[in-house]
Design a protein around this ligand. Structure first.
Ligand code: DGL
Length: 261
């Protein structure tokens, strides 16, 4: 199975992209809704939560892992790779960096993400491998609860988006990475508030494309992955969580509550 995890429901935006491109595979999803958000927590805590989530998925049969959380991808990836050295582990940052490096016309890249991701400096480090890029990074934590409330087009959300976009406009970025699972849901609003010349990169889409490509290039691993039913687990289950999951995935789904202890 392909196992994906996130700090909560946000990673469903990644699952959706993966399911769209690889509909035949059964997916195993874990959202740590009991401990979300991760974005304001310390790297040590985020890394330990990420490791627990990875272990849960591996124990339930995941043979390929997708870290569908930008924050864990930024600060917790190494711990997972060390714990599972022979496991293919995808993350949502590397594919987004590759897209950003490719599409950026003037090497001015904006990164909007969680506090922990911005503090990690990961985009600066990974983009430097591709060349000289001027990276402007801005944490936008208020967007997470707004998206979870479904306030995608409210005047309040528009004002907050405008505020968060200011440093990117000042830096005249030509590319903007939406480096948090929730932000792609605001892509139409964000795109309408910045210059049309700015390329908006969605890491969820970039990751699904990278995974699809890898599976095509690794048919032996792909053939061992099970097909059929997907299962979605969360560490806390409320009616609101179910409502969000259904509205984002646009289909009826069943969430199962599990404990990571
Ligand atoms: N899923 C998280 C991420 O992409 C955003 C929400 C959180 O802070 O946990 O980093």
């Amino acid at each position: 199975m392909i196992g994906l995890f996130d700090s909560g429901v946000g990673g469903l935006t990644v699952l959706k992209e993966v399911a769209k491109r690889l509909p035949e595979y059964s997916l195993l999803y874990l959202g740590d809704t009991a401990r979300t958000p991760y974005g304001n927590k310390s790297p040590q805590v985020v890394a330990s939560y990420g490791l627990q989530a990875a272990r849960f998925l591996v124990e339930r049969g995941a043979r390929v892992l997708v870290v569908a959380c930008n924050t864990v991808s930024a600060v917790g990836l190494e711990a997972i790779e060390q714990a599972y050295p022979s496991m293919p582990v995808f993350n949502v940052i590397t594919p987004a960096v590759e897209v950003a490096a490719r599409v950026s016309s003037h090497h001015r890249v904006g990164v909007m993400g969680t506090r922990a991701l911005v503090a990690s400096g990961i985009y600066q480090r990974l983009l430097a491998v591709h060349g000289r890029y001027q990276v402007t990074a801005q944490a936008a934590p208020l967007l997470v609860p707004l998206v979870e409330e479904g306030w995608l087009d409210k005047p309040e959300t528009k004002r907050i988006v405008k505020h968060y976009l200011t440093p990117f406009k000042q830096a005249q970025v030509d590319t903007l990475v939406l480096a948090c699972t929730h932000y792609p849901l605001l892509k139409p609003l964000i795109a309408s508030r910045i210059s049309r010349r700015v390329r908006v990169v969605d890491p969820a889409e970039a990751t699904a494309i990278a995974l699809e490509k890898w599976l095509t290039q690794n048919p032996e691993t792909a053939s061992t992955l099970s097909k059929g039913e997907s299962r979605l687990y969360v560490t806390d289950l409320t009616p609101h969580t179910e409502t969000i999951a259904r509205s984002w995935l646009k289909r009826t789904i069943t969430l199962e509550r599990v404990s990571l202890d």
